[in-house]
Design a protein around this ligand. Structure first.
Ligand code: G3P
Ligand code: CA
Length: 312
């Protein structure tokens, strides 16, 4: 029944004309300033010469975040990755939600860890988007539920790439274990999948180390948030991150060209979040970042296509 509703939803969305918006802006370089990142989609996902378009919470500038609709729109907009933040219910089900508390996207009160999966499934998490974005509002968004990680992987299967964040693992005992079990169930771990089809990211180093301990083949990204400060990493800190992760995700406003170059020189990937304005995208690309988290993967993809279409 749920699958049928989803298919109807997709047909409805495809007919709405919001998918794949493009602009005709022409940008000036085919390669970023470091001269190393070919802005194409052909290389291996984690190659330093590949640029990654990461649909932050799905195409969450167009549809309610962390829903099958926003993930589907991310796919339609040619994002390389669906980004999925995880919380866990009190009966141990991993669900796609950004906040520990359900209030922001449901209007109800309470912590995810205090609900079981049936209670989480009973809330709707789309009408807030209609209220805040009347120009993008759709009646069907009023009926959207929280997807479980299982449902996300079942829906998009091996055709998609997943950039999964363990949110607040310190309050969810067994979170990493459950995540790895779900990934195994969907055959998304191991040598039979492309390297990087699943990336696990976290601000919490210990949960990344736990993943590495059990499944060293999964690439890890350490998230950093410098808030209002300028980003800084010492050689020792970079070495320490290189010991377990393939790269870092950083709040974009704290970045400087020098910081990006330093991280790249160390062979680490760098994925700024959450970059929605074209000027910021252009600047960060020119500095040499290797991917971008954005609520508007169509906007980023248009820019990348313009770079790609330039003659050598
Ligand atoms: O995971 C990268 C970025 O999403 C971190 O910020 O708060 O949107 O999860 P947040
Ligand atoms: Ca995230």
């Amino acid at each position: 029944m749920k699958i049928r509703i989803f298919i109807v939803l997709l047909i409805f969305l495809a007919s709405c004309g919001h998918i794949g918006e493009t602009s005709t802006e022409v940008v000036t370089e085919k390669y970023n300033q470091a001269g190393e990142v070919a802005l194409d989609r052909d290389g291996a996902l984690l190659s330093e010469t590949r640029f990654l378009n990461i649909a932050h919470r799905g195409a969450s500038g167009h549809a309610p975040e962390h829903t099958l609709v926003s993930y589907q729109m991310g796919e339609e907009m040619n994002a390389d990755y669906i980004e999925v933040d995880l919380q866990m219910t009190n009966d141990g089900t991993l669900v796609a939600l950004h906040d520990e508390d359900i209030s922001r996207t449901s209007g109800k009160e309470g912590a995810v860890k205090d609900f079981d999966i049936d209670e989480i499934k009973a809330i709707e998490v789309g009408s807030w988007f209609n209220e805040e974005n009347p120009d993008l509002a759709k009646p069907i968004f009023n009926q959207i539920e929280v997807p479980t990680l299982d449902e996300v992987l079942e829906t998009f299967g091996h055709d998609a790439n997943y950039y999964i964040e363990t949110k607040s693992p310190e309050i969810y005992p067994g979170m990493v274990e459950e995540l790895l079990e779900v990934l195994h169930r969907h055959e998304l771990i191991g040598e039979d999948i492309p390297e990087g089809q699943v990336i696990i990211q976290s601000f919490d180093k210990s949960s990344l180390l736990e993943v590495k301990d059990h499944e060293p083949s999964i690439p890890l990204i350490k998230l950093l948030n410098y808030r209002d400060e300028e980003a800084v990493l010492s050689e020792e800190e970079l070495d320490e991150i290189k010991g377990y992760a393939v790269g870092i995700g950083v709040n974009h406003a704290s970045l400087t060209k020098e910081f990006v170059e330093k991280v790249r020189r160390e062979g680490l990937l760098i994925h700024p979040y959450t970059v929605n304005e074209k000027d910021d995208m252009e600047r960060l690309i020119s500095w040499g970042v290797t991917g971008i988290f954005t609520d508007y993967p169509d906007r980023l993809e248009t820019m990348l296509e313009n770079y790609r279409s330039r003659e050598d």
